[in-house]
Design a protein around this ligand. Structure first.
Ligand SMILES: *Cc1c(COP(=O)(O)O)cnc(C)c1O
Ligand code: SF4
Length: 470
């Protein structure tokens, strides 16, 4: 197929007029308001006069109540070339990606599609959700289950990788699908999702796993699950005494901010302490609609974090990352993780070097609020879990002194106490609770004297040479 033109001339004229998403911040006070209006400060929930993203012509006639209804948005997602060609000028490579047989599912909410610049093939919104032909190319190191999650699952959908926390996948569905999705092997299949009997098995495992104090609901996107089912899962988790915190990882506020209704927030309030991580990769995603959704969540007492993925051609720029971090913090969202792109099928062309991630952290730490600096992590292939990576700040050390450098390149010394007594805390230390981490105490276990070495696989047999043939 060749270059598609928009379906109607009306769409064509209108969509090229369509500005990129409005950049205004929520709570920016209109000129006629008194500058320190208390109501503005006390009640950041936006009114209907709040600026919002301009809709493409295709949806201009859709009544506001429908556009703002998350069910309408889900029911009108775009997935085919023909549907997408009505709102954006597709490139040849996008058409190749969209028409490929063996592709990861495509589905884009009308709201998110309305953020796409119809004329810019490099639009960061567009690149995240519209496949390119090259998505199907294999690359060196590519793996199906790059994080070995399946091996870590005691029951379907539960990934118990770390000592005290689990990942609980409750659906395979998302509001829209990200081309670089780390779980594309399980996500997006409309015929295979988790059901009530899986939830029962997951909950049964958790009731018995008393070391688990933190449950992270993810998927797929937990916010696409029927509201009643989600509440049942939350209340069942809350009923388990040893589960201290519940976390939700979701991209629904980004794809479908309409889902963050007052009713939904009131429901979340019943299950505190509940934390929520969103997934925002580019400042353009932070529209007035998303800001309003984030404000509602924050006002409901939900601490908000952001996990983003470092993506070539989308956000692998220190200036874009700074803008993102600043916009997040203004929206009461703490940047949590910046992920190195996983070695997953379909993500080859999104990968950057690790050096780029280090460079970005170098450009953030010290240059801006500590609150605005995420932890850059490589999720280790083979199931090693998240490994933080950062620039080196410790330059050298000798007994009694360390040499450090700051973000400006200022090199300084810190004199360490020569009479430090690490045993002074023992009395209090004995009273603090112990948490067992069988087999997972790791390098800390070495420091604590639990063992003297961690051996690579096959180490003992390699070194049992006594009497063996050379
Ligand atoms: C990321 C992740 C977690 C949570 O890790 P935190 O560092 O605590 O945010 C838990 N389980 C799995 C399998 C994960 O991938
Ligand atoms: S929202 Fe998350 S789980 Fe869903 S496609 Fe995107 S990255 Fe994958």
């Amino acid at each position: 197929m060749s270059h598609h033109s928009p379906a109607t001339t009306q769409t064509a004229t209108q969509s090229s007029d369509c500005p990129p998403p409005a950049d205004e911040e929520p709570g920016s006070i209109p000129a006629e308001e008194p500058p320190h209006s208390l109501t503005q400060i006390a009640n950041p929930v936006p009114s209907i006069h709040q600026p919002h993203t301009t809709r493409p012509a295709l949806w201009a006639a859709v009544p506001d109540e429908q556009w703002q209804d998350w069910r309408w948005q889900l029911g009108h997602r775009l997935s085919s070339v023909d549907e997408l060609a009505q709102v954006i000028h597709l490139t040849t490579e996008e058409i190749a990606g969209l028409t490929a047989d063996d592709k990861f599912r495509v589905d884009i909410t009308p709201y998110f599609a309305s953020l796409i610049d119809p004329d810019d093939p490099h639009c960061p919104i567009r690149r995240q959700v519209i496949p390119l032909g090259r998505e199907l190319e294999a690359f060196e190191g590519m793996q199906a289950d790059s994080l070995a999650e399946d091996a870590h699952s005691p029951v379907p959908g539960l990934v118990h990788r770390y000592p005290d926390r689990v990942l609980m996948l409750i659906t395979t569905q998302c509001a829209s699908y990200c081309r670089y999705c780390t779980r594309s092997r399980i996500v997006g299949n409309p015929h295979q999702t988790f059901n009530r009997s899986h939830f029962e098995q997951q909950l049964a495992y958790l009731r018995g796993a008393t070391q688990v104090r933190d449950v992270l609901l993810s998927g797929g996107d937990p916010l696409t699950v029927a509201p009643k089912t989600l509440e049942t899962i939350l209340s069942s988790l809350r009923a388990i005494e040893h589960i201290e915190i519940i976390r939700i990882g979701t991209r629904v506020p980004v794809f479908l901010p309409q889902r963050v209704t007052d009713e939904f927030c009131a429901m979340l309030r019943r299950y505190h302490p509940l934390w929520l991580n969103v997934h925002i990769n580019h400042p353009k995603e932070i529209t007035p609609e998303l800001s309003a959704a984030l404000a509602k969540l924050a006002d409901s007492g939900v601490p908000l974090g952001n996990q983003s993925v470092l993506l070539a051609g989308i956000n692998d720029s220190i200036h874009i990352q700074r803008e993102l971090a600043h916009k997040l913090v203004r929206n009461r969202v703490r940047p949590y993780y910046l992920y190195q792109c996983d070695l997953v099928k379909g993500a080859g062309h999104f990968r950057t070097t690790v050096a780029k991630g280090i460079e970005i952290i170098e450009g953030l730490r010290g240059h801006t609020s500590g609150y605005a600096v995420p932890t850059y992590v490589v999720d280790a292939p083979g199931g090693g879990g998240k490994i933080p990576v950062m620039p080196q700040y410790l330059i050298s050390q000798a007994p009694g002194r360390v040499v450090l450098r700051n973000y400006e390149g200022y090199i300084t010394t810190y004199d360490e106490p020569l009479d430090y007594d690490a045993g002074m805390i023992e009395h209090l230390d004995r009273q603090a609770p112990r948490r067992a981490e069988p087999g997972q105490s790791g390098v800390h276990g070495l420091l604590a004297g639990e063992r003297v070495a961690i051996k690579p696989e096959g180490f003992d047999s390699v070194h049992q040479r006594k009497g063996a043939a050379p």
